[in-house]
Design a binder for this molecule. Structure first.
Ligand code: ADP
Ligand code: ADP
Length: 237
């Protein structure tokens, strides 16, 4: 599903963010990327949807080679690859429902969506997505009025509304308290199992990775230093 072949990222200032990355992530897998701050987790995940351009090797998602220079190809790729972030990236002053509806049109805007008009089917999908993350009763609240855990669920619902094949999550639980972090990871896990969506999730904590992921990829200094089923990840990672 996601294939890295000798992928390297050199940032414009010459800093080598990733080197010699060879990975195959299979459809429906739940993969945790772990490592210290600065290990290259975020760079790795952002390379997949072209947010960070890679400078060597080949990176592909399904049949599509990621080509950060080809804007229309990139838009198509991003419509299949949803991304969530540590800071939720919701629009605080609009409703939860409208935040989720953004996912219906973000990468394929129509004139209707540009003027904020969504059809019956869009709304149905948005409500289904909110139901899946358990916050449908917040649909008409302003996003800013929600707790951190609820806001991250809005972000997950928005990504679900775009009907993705892959969800990339860059430290999605880093700003949540431990019990809330576990609930949000549990939601992602359920989504991955029920819908067969491939999930690649960056996190700091090995214990969380162990409890929620099928596979753990450990990074350090822009390289993969461990890759194996969760059961094989020991404290020495
Ligand atoms: P992590 O997600 O594991 O904390 P990152 O992928 O964010 O690590 O960063 C890996 C390294 O790349 C860090 O040393 C960081 O400072 C560097 N880096 C990230 N973005 C840039 C950039 N735009 N330009 C130069 N260096 C960067
Ligand atoms: P986080 O720890 O939340 O991942 P970072 O500090 O690593 O945040 O990065 C925040 C933003 O700054 C990112 O967009 C990253 O690409 C950029 N960045 C990080 N390190 C550098 C750097 N050395 N030079 C330029 N940009 C950087």
């Amino acid at each position: 599903m996601i294939k890295f072949e000798d992928v390297e990222v050199v940032y414009p200032n010459g800093f080598r963010g990733l080197s010699g990355i060879n990975l195959e992530i299979h459809q429906g897998e739940f993969v945790a990327i772990i490592g210290l701050s600065g290990a290259g987790k975020s760079t790795l995940i952002r390379a997949v949807n072209g947010l960070v351009p890679y400078t060597h090797g080949t990176l592909s998602v399904g049949e599509t080679v990621v080509d950060p220079k080809n804007k229309s190809k990139l838009r198509k790729l991003r419509s299949k690859v949803g991304m969530i972030f540590q800071q939720f990236n919701n629009v605080g002053r609009i409703t939860v429902l409208n935040n989720v509806l953004i996912g219906r049109s973000a990468f394929t805007p129509t004139w209707r969506s540009l003027i904020g008009w969504y059809g019956h089917q869009d709304k149905e999908v948005a409500f289904q997505s909110l139901e899946r993350v358990g916050i449908v009763e917040k649909a008409y609240n302003r996003a800013a009025a929600l707790s951190g855990g609820q806001q991250q669920r809005v972000a997950i619902a928005r990504v679900l509304a775009q009907d993705p094949e892959v969800i990339l999550a860059d430290e999605p639980v880093a700003s949540l308290d431990p019990p809330t972090a576990r609930k949000v990871l549990g939601d992602l896990r359920t989504i991955q199992r029920d819908l067969g969506i491939t999930c690649v999730v960056n996190m700091h904590h090995l214990d969380l990775a162990r409890d929620y992921a099928d596979r753990i990829i450990g990074m350090r200094d822009g390289k993969v230093v461990f890759d194996g089923p969760t059961a094989e990840a020991t404290d020495s990672v």
